[in-house]
Design a protein around this ligand. Structure first.
Ligand SMILES: [Zn+2]
Ligand SMILES: [Zn+2]
Length: 464
């Protein structure tokens, strides 16, 4: 079984391609990809959104204002925020570099802009990540038994602690799982059983405007014995699981010296504890579409790039359904405040947001895929040996890094059904500029400057 997360770049299935923005492809009866319309290059133009312009125009001011305005509450500016914004600003834009890809059958060429693959920030990249995650879950991870969608949240008074010290977020998901495990074992009256559990750590609520760390989970509605037998839960009481979660989390925070004993006891004495645990109705494994949409929901983007709108007074507004308490139908903040709130959800490097526990953990995973498929999945995208032979040693060494940027589409699949070949990566800003200028000039007779062949001198040089 391949490692599940973070996703390795890999050819995206034809089914996914059909939903992507780049190509319009469909499959014939034999499952081959056939063209529905001529190959189309469909730029997304993120630069036209208020979201993009917010970061393009105000991020430098945000960095300058950070220490005084945001550091006291949120801690020092994290380097990952600066890096992610930088990557995001060139995501999907040819100006940031691109790959030339050519079909071996129809010989069409395209320029494919790199994508940033930032986590919980760029809505385009996160949406693709989410689709792939959902596919992986339903195809390879989830056992053919009913599952429930669980949510674990914590009181407002504890949220700042997790924002300032993000390593504690692991404790949140570990404790959510521990409370499920303990409760399920008690309900089944056995210590030797484990549920299958996928947890997704999120720090954003419905609109990304607040820091609200919580966990979503897809959990088997029962547990597996050591020999793989599934034992359905006889009953379920989410409020009892909440009580376990609350006590365990407070105790663990206290042991980690983040909560004083008196504050812990104070929180334990609250009549309205501020913790909540919710379990949805069981969903049968056969309802793949429902399972996929739940899996997508728990890894959804923070905020759609198109959701923000600029007002004449310079602030930005997000329209929302009426707030149940205040009736407000929008959130209006100044640019720096929006930047702060949106970037607070970018996870620290190396911190996995999706975790697998119990029967779904790497060690104890229940096999659901047919036997003998181990060699089939995760073909980390790379060119055949002969394609590499033309490249310099230096180019080869950066190959893997560059191909990871091609997350937008399967670079080896042409809508005509033929195999695409990556001809070169163009990353030198001078060359990028020259090519894009040529494209934009009246001298370019085709949408792509490299067609018809032979390629212009500039690319010939790169290939030598
Ligand atoms: Zn083709
Ligand atoms: Zn992106």
């Amino acid at each position: 079984m391949p490692a599940m997360f973070p996703f390795r770049p890999q050819p995206i299935s034809a089914g996914l391609l059909a939903t992507g923005p780049w190509y319009r492809a469909k499959e014939d009866a034999a499952g081959r990809v056939v063209a529905e319309s001529p190959p189309q290059y469909c730029p997304r133009h993120p630069e036209r959104t208020a979201f993009y312009q917010l970061f393009e125009t105000h991020f430098d001011s945000y960095v300058r204002a950070y220490e005084e305005r945001f550091e006291p509450q949120s801690g020092p500016l994290r380097p990952v925020v600066v890096r992610s914004v930088d990557d995001f600003l060139s995501c999907g834009r040819l100006e940031g570099g691109f790959a030339r890809i050519r079909c071996t059958k129809c010989h069409k060429e395209h320029l494919l802009a790199f994508s940033c693959r930032t986590r919980n920030f760029c809505s385009g990249c996160q949406a693709k990540r989410s689709v792939l995650f959902a596919e992986k879950l339903t195809n390879e991870i989830l056992a053919p038994v009913p599952h429930r969608h669980w949510t674990f949240s914590i009181p407002r008074v504890l949220r700042g602690l997790f924002e300032r010290e993000r390593s504690l977020l692991s404790l949140l998901s570990q404790t959510a799982y521990a409370s499920i495990l303990k409760s399920f074992q008690a309900l089944l009256g056995r210590k030797d059983v484990r549920p299958g559990c996928v947890l997704s750590l999120q720090t954003y609520g419905a609109y990304g405007a607040n820091f609200n760390p919580h966990c979503h989970g897809l959990v088997t509605d029962g547990a597996f014995s050591a020999d793989g037998e599934f034992l359905p839960l006889p009953s379920l009481d989410a409020s009892a699981v909440m009580e376990v979660f609350r006590r365990l989390l407070l105790l663990r925070l206290h042991r980690a010296e983040r909560l004083s004993e008196s504050f812990m006891n104070n929180l334990l004495s609250w009549v309205h504890p501020g913790f909540s645990v919710y379990a949805g109705p069981p969903v049968d494994a056969a309802e793949t579409a429902s399972m996929e949409s739940q899996a997508r929901y728990i890894t959804r983007p923070v905020l759609a790039m198109e959701a923000l709108h600029r007002l004449d007074n310079g602030s930005l507004v997000l329209e929302t359904p009426p707030d149940p308490k205040t009736g407000a139908t929008s959130i209006e903040l100044d640019p720096l405040e929006w930047i702060h709130r949106i970037t607070s959800h970018i996870p620290d490097p190396g911190r996995h947001c999706q975790r697998f526990y119990g029967a779904y953990s790497n060690r104890g995973r229940i096999r659901v895929a047919p036997a003998g498929d181990e060699n089939v999945s995760v073909p980390v995208a790379k060119l055949p040996e002969r394609d590499n032979s033309d490249y310099s040693r230096e180019t080869r060494s950066t190959w893997a890094r560059l191909i990871r940027k091609i997350f937008e589409a399967d670079p080896l699949l042409c809508p005509c059904g033929g195999r695409m070949r990556i001809v070169s990566f163009i990353t030198d800003p001078r060359v990028v500029d020259r090519i894009l200028k040529h494209r934009g000039s009246g001298h370019c007779k085709t949408p792509d400057p490299f067609e018809p062949r032979p390629p212009p001198r500039v690319s010939a040089k790169i290939l030598q």
